[in-house]
Ligand binder design. Structure first.
Ligand code: SAM
Length: 282
């Protein structure tokens, strides 16, 4: 006997329903089951997680507080962003791999910090991070070097902290290491490096008593001070964000760079006096 048309149709609909729900269940379960593998491919760098001890050391070195806006470039499973959010900072992870982004969101939710720990699926080379106060990263030196011009254009005083990989001639302002307790294949990565974005001071500056000529090599400065018909070399010159320090002869200068002006104190023979310099625009 032939099955009536309406029963056949109901069976087909029911089968379709089973196929769709089982496919949906598979997608859902594969979502839940996503487990990242150390060494898995990434767009420009593979994923290897920063050991948690080093994450904390990096944030300590950058002195992250609730006033900060922290961005992790290539945020992996979100651990650095989550740790920064736990310190009260607003934090954002930029990650190319959508599965890692999803996992990070779940991890932030589970840790109760999803209000402050955000993640976007994006290419770190195509994302504007100019509003940041702290950058964290675990990339490669060659990637750091590609990013270096952008990093040097960030607001003076912005802190950049990297797991292990350096920025060649731009030497770190500070470093710290950790003892990795649970030894694994990635315990090689035990060093945090910190850079403070220096103000840009290279050029000629006019002072009431003469002329200051500065040459800048990242956070190191050299040059001359021409005043009272003598030329004195600048020594021990350095920048810490917008803070400038140097000596000229026996005089010790400290000051704050604010655009085209430097203002501060010069200590000479035990006396403190104010000094001010204006950048000469050619
Ligand atoms: C070495 S892992 C570091 C992960 C995390 N920051 C940490 O310290 O645990 C590098 C991460 O960068 C991601 N990545 C690689 N190239 C990227 C790109 N162009 N844009 C965004 N993320 C990228 C990888 O998917 C990987 O998750």
């Amino acid at each position: 006997m032939k099955t009536p048309y309406y029963i056949r149709e109901s069976l087909i609909v029911f089968c379709l329903f089973l196929i769709v729900t089982s496919a949906f269940a598979q997608v859902e379960s594969s979502k839940e089951q996503f487990t990242p593998q150390s060494g898995q491919e990434g767009k420009d760098v593979v994923w290897v997680p920063t050991p948690q001890e080093l994450v904390e050391k990096m944030l300590d070195l950058a002195e992250v507080t609730p006033d900060d806006y922290v961005i992790d470039l290539g945020s992996g499973d979100g651990r650095t962003v989550i740790a920064a959010a736990k310190r009260g900072a607003q934090a954002l992870g930029i990650e190319y791999n959508p599965e890692m982004v999803e996992l990070s969101k779940q991890n932030a939710e589970a840790e109760g910090v999803s209000e402050r720990a955000k993640f976007i699926e994006a290419d770190l080379f195509e994302t504007d991070f100019s509003k940041v106060t702290v950058i964290t990263m675990f990339l490669l030196t060659e990637i750091n070097l590609k990013l270096r011009p952008t990093l040097l254009d960030l607001k003076p005083g912005t802190r950049i902290v990297s797991n292990t990989f350096n920025m060649d001639e731009w030497k770190p302002d500070d470093t710290a290491t950790v003892d990795i307790i649970n030894s694994t294949c990635y315990d090689y990565y035990d060093t945090a490096l910190l850079w403070i974005v220096p103000a840009k001071v290279e050029g000629t500056w006019r002072l009431p008593e003469g002329k200051l000529t500065l040459k800048q090599d990242f956070q190191m400065i050299s040059g001359t001070l021409e005043a009272r018909s003598s030329t004195t070399p600048i020594e021990n010159g350095s920048l810490h964000g917008d803070q400038v320090n140097f000596s000229a002869g026996r005089d010790q200068y400290t000051g704050r760079v604010n655009g085209n002006t430097i203002e501060g104190t010069v200590t000479s023979k035990g006396n403190n006096n104010k000094w001010k310099a204006i950048l000469v625009i050619d």
